[in-house]
Design a protein around this ligand. Structure first.
Ligand code: FMN
Ligand code: SF4
Length: 412
């Protein structure tokens, strides 16, 4: 097992990850009222650090308290600096090996109007919000740069400027953003937000050891969405996302985490589930196309691997032993499709998965059932974790359903 591609080290920028397993960013709504890590946050990440993945992403941490998606969302502003420093030190004490990367975000039109200001680049049916001005976006760029500085001072190994899943980074990149303004219309203007953040972060933190990258949606799957051929078509056209990756590489990206979809609008594409598992194969295609542009300088990480489990899944036309997470992880790395694989929901179901696989004990892994009950907790703004394997979260779900009823996802 130790010799399998998943367990070989890899260089990212000037740092080394000890294996190819990545813990995807997983927001869990358990910060304290100032946006600092709470005892629950400490417990979650301590387990992940013990689990021994090569890279661990800190969930979406908001650069703006004014506009955010979750009430108990981690935040990264000057008042959080000390708490974040303490948090990183504790995680590095638990296990100094994993690289710890903070995912910086601004929710834009996904900001929750119940407790924050919903803002948008152009109102999208069903979402909308106050229209952002050029000055507003200039100020948000400042907030990203400040967030990166705080992450660096706190001891993080790097930052992920979030450009995926329908949050502000995506909203600006979309062809749908055809408003004639500094950050919209032609592609050269829409990509400017991401490019400027990269240039300014590299300038503000001239330490080449500090990793910079992004999680990127390659195709959002809505008309005018990221990776679509125009503002009013859903036809996939990867030329803009691939040009984006080229530009991020030129501006010093060390890694790109390839994703797809938008959990608020096209959830099965972002998080392939038991009903439509096959979207996971589309992720393989996106990973391969991205890696063609990025390799060898920039490390390509792939998403949406939880669905494969131990091969006991809903994929048809394939033998079980050729359908597991271990199989596809090793094969895709070996075949040059991707350099590392990220796990999202599976990391909530079993934070110790890397350790168990490394020991050659896949039968000990608590495999995620893809029930998406953790997602229900997140949408209900509750402390989030695995409802199937952890009593505490099962109890939170029970109470939540008593209060709000069972959440029906569009695809269920
Ligand atoms: C509860 C929950 C929280 C999530 N939080 C984030 C997040 O903070 N940032 C992000 O980029 N993606 C987030 N995601 C998406 C995952 O990181 C990942 O892209 C997705 O679940 C697909 O991977 P998987 O099939 O391994 O679960 C979240 C998903 C879930 C279910
Ligand atoms: S609640 Fe369901 S989907 Fe979420 S981690 Fe647990 S088993 Fe997986």
């Amino acid at each position: 097992m130790e010799k399998s591609p998943l367990f070989t080290p890899i260089t990212i920028g000037k740092k080394e990850a000890t294996n190819r397993l990545v813990i995807n960013a997983m927001e869990c709504c358990d910060s304290d009222e100032l946006g600092n890590p709470s005892p629950r946050t400490y417990r979650r990440y301590a387990r992940l650090f013990e689990g021994g993945a090569g890279v661990i992403f800190l969930e979406a941490i908001t650069v703006s308290y004014e506009s955010r998606a979750r009430l108990n969302q981690l935040s990264i502003m000057p008042h959080n600096a000390k708490a974040l420093e303490k948090f990183v030190a504790e995680m590095k004490r638990v296990n100094p090996k994993p690289l710890f990367i903070f995912q910086l975000t601004h929710a834009g039109e996904l900001s929750n109007p119940e407790f924050s200001r919903r803002v948008c680049v152009k109102p999208l049916p069903g979402l909308g919000g106050d229209l952002l001005s050029e000055e507003d976006v200039d100020a948000i760029i400042d907030q990203f740069v400040l967030g990166a500085r705080i992450a660096y001072d706190a001891g993080a190994d790097g930052v992920d400027v979030k450009l995926c899943h329908g949050y502000l980074g995506t909203q600006i990149l979309r062809p749908y953003n055809d408003r004639p303004w500094k950050y919209g219309g032609p592609w050269e203007r829409r990509r400017q937000f991401a490019f400027e953040i990269y240039e300014r972060i590299r300038k503000a933190i001239p330490d080449p050891n500090f990793l910079l990258g992004s999680k990127v949606t390659m195709w959002e799957g809505i008309p005018g969405g990221q990776g679509c051929a125009g503002p009013d078509t859903a036809i996939m056209d990867l030329s803009e996302p691939l040009d984006l990756l080229r530009g991020l590489k030129e501006r010093g990206a060390d890694f790109i985490l390839v994703s797809a979809g938008n959990p608020s609008l096209t959830i099965a594409l972002a998080h392939p589930d038991k009903r439509i598992p096959d979207y996971a194969y589309l992720h393989h295609y996106f990973q391969k196309e991205a890696r063609k542009v990025l390799a060898p300088e920039v490390v390509t990480m792939g998403s949406a691997y939880s669905i494969f489990r131990d091969g006991n899944n809903n994929f048809l036309g394939v033998e079980r032993e050729k359908s597991s997470l271990l199989y596809w992880g090793n094969k895709n790395i070996e075949d040059g499709v991707v350099d590392m694989i990220a796990i999202g929901r599976q990391s909530l179901a079993d934070p110790f998965l890397p350790k168990k696989l490394l020991k050659g004990k896949p039968e000990e892994v608590r495999w995620c059932t893809l029930c998406d009950a953790c997602m229900e907790l997140l949408i209900r703004q509750q402390p989030t974790g695995c409802v199937v394997y952890e009593k505490e979260y099962a109890e939170i779900l029970r109470e939540t359903r008593k209060k709000y009823g069972v959440l029906k996802f569009k695809h269920t």
